[in-house]
Design a binder for this molecule. Structure first.
Ligand code: TYD
Length: 213
């Protein structure tokens, strides 16, 4: 089973993914957690280029192709082999991030992005996508606090430095995708306390596992 996590900055994806991995492992599943950008050795180099605020003058198209290169390597080197071994793969961001950040956010044609995604990902789509949804103000406030604590403002802050308007378009994009594909993309209210967010995710995943049996 392949599950992706999506949401704006500060939506709590990473924490929720870690807790869900622990939950599934306790129930006997072998779980691989990974992320984009940066889930492969090549991807870790690309991640620095993509997120460091000191990377300047990256054009929107160059940015897009770096995310796609990260994905192409990641799917072939990491995700597909794990799925073939029967592992549950949990991925922090995947194809929908490109549709909303480069599409809704930067203004690149979304249908073209779908085709490029399919090519980069060898058409591998998640079985389930958990969209952790929070209002933009709340997400950015949480992300800002985390960055201050972890000192990642410079090395990982290039997208957080974007305007509220940009992040507003990203959130709208996610909500539009969830309406288009309600079976795959499930919106979770991420303003709830973390333990309730986890419970919501667990119930969605269990429903999916039972329906697939
Ligand atoms: P991430 O490390 O998950 O950031 P956060 O923890 O703040 O959510 O993701 C890095 C950034 O990369 C995030 O701002 C979204 C952006 N991104 C894209 O613009 N396009 C993509 O295809 C992906 C995978 C990420």
């Amino acid at each position: 089973m392949f599950i992706s996590f999506e949401g704006i900055e500060g939506s709590g994806k990473s924490t929720c993914m870690r807790l869900l991995a622990e939950h599934l492992e306790r129930h006997g599943y072998s779980v691989l957690t990974t992320r984009e950008p940066g889930g492969s050795a090549l991807g870790r180099t690309l991640r620095h280029m993509l997120l460091d605020v000191r990377t300047t003058r990256l054009t929107n198209r160059a940015e897009l192709f770096l995310f796609l290169a990260d994905r192409a390597q990641h799917v072939t080197e990491v995700i597909r082999p794990a799925l073939e071994e029967g592992q549950v793969v949990l991925c922090d961001r995947y194809v929908d991030s490109t549709l909303v950040y480069q599409g809704y956010g930067r203004g690149i044609d979304v249908d073209m992005l779908r085709q490029l995604n399919a090519h980069a990902a060898t058409a591998l789509m998640p079985d389930l996508t958990l969209l952790l949804d929070v209002p933009v103000e709340e997400g950015l406030a949480r992300a800002g606090q985390r960055n201050q604590e972890e000192g990642t403002v410079i090395s990982e802050g290039r997208f957080e430095a974007e305007s509220m308007v940009f992040h507003g378009r990203v959130r709208e994009g996610y909500l539009a995708l969830a309406e288009e594909e309600p079976k795959r993309i499930v919106r979770i209210d991420a303003t709830q306390p973390p333990e309730d967010v986890l419970l919501s995710c667990v119930s969605v995943v269990e429903r999916w596992l039972h329906s697939a049996e």
